[in-house]
Design a protein around this ligand. Structure first.
Ligand code: NAG
Ligand code: NAG
Ligand code: NAG
Length: 237
């Protein structure tokens, strides 16, 4: 699929691969209200990473995990308590299968950043905020389960939404909704500009879950990065 537009750099950047703003962070007491399970399109993500570029070719034509974020409805980010990521725990033999699954489902695409680096970053920034509920291993196991159950490319495909085409926002949203009891997901887009015409590409799909990361809940609306509902959304993998 051709993808020759120049992508507006401000939208992507490394920062975006880690954080998108909004009320996603837990507070200092380790409390949080819900989880955001964030999946990204490697293709769209890799289209314009300022500077470094992506290191994996060919890119997998699936949605992969960006993060599982304990989040609050209200408070903005404060550093939360919780134990730092342990590579030793992740490398334990009993986690061999988990690790192997995450190597496929929760991948780093940035040169010089290993998958383990990415997990560590995400865990220290977000995951440890739920460590009074989940051990590190349980947390990653939960992320793996959510991915298996809610892989966005599989949900879309089930509703005959296939990559390489543009769709109405509501059709994409409805496809996801139909698998999460009608709850509201978030669709985040990268806006790109070519010859003064702007196109939007589906970058991330966010499904929100309750505080044990089992039951889907409505995602709170977020002002920035959400796809514009009035314009077509390109779905590319
Ligand atoms: C990323 O976007 C910038 C600014 O729009 C552009 O100059 C650059 O070529 C793009 N890089 C890639 C890899 O597409
Ligand atoms: C996010 O936090 C701000 C500031 O506390 C608040 O005004 C806003 O309502 C929150 N948004 C959601 C969706 O909870
Ligand atoms: C769609 O999903 C349903 C329920 O998960 C499943 O029974 C069905 O076989 C799927 N259909 C396709 C075409 O993937």
């Amino acid at each position: 699929m051709k993808f020759s537009e120049t992508i507006v750099a401000m939208v992507l950047g490394i920062a975006l691969s880690f954080d998108i703003g909004g009320n996603m962070s837990c507070n200092a007491a380790g409390q949080y209200d819900y989880f955001q399970f964030v999946q990204e399109s490697p293709f769209v993500f890799c289209k314009n990473i300022t500077g470094k570029g992506c290191n994996i070719l060919p890119l997998p034509r699936i949605f992969t995990i960006h993060g599982l974020w304990p989040s609050n409805f209200k408070h903005r980010h404060k550093p939360c308590v919780g134990a730092q990521f342990s590579r030793d725990v992740m490398n334990e033999a009993s986690n061999d299968e988990l690790r192997a699954d995450l190597e496929l489902s929760w991948r780093s695409f940035i040169s010089g950043r290993s998958n383990m680096d990415f997990w560590e970053y995400e865990y220290n920034k977000h995951g440890k905020c739920s460590d009074h509920i989940f051990s590190q291993t349980q947390y990653f196991d939960r992320a793996r389960s959510l991915w298996k159950q809610y892989k966005a490319h599989t949900l879309f495909s089930n509703r005959s939404v296939e990559p390489g085409k543009s769709y109405r926002f509501t059709d994409l949203e409805q496809a996801i909704r139909s698998f999460i009891g009608g709850r509201r997901p978030l669709l985040l887009c990268m806006q790109s500009e070519w010859k003064k015409k702007t196109k939007q590409y589906l970058l991330e799909v966010v499904i929100c879950f309750d505080d044990i990361a089992i039951n889907p809940v409505n995602c709170p609306k977020r002002m920035s990065k959400e796809c514009l509902p009035q314009s077509p959304v390109w779905y590319m993998l």
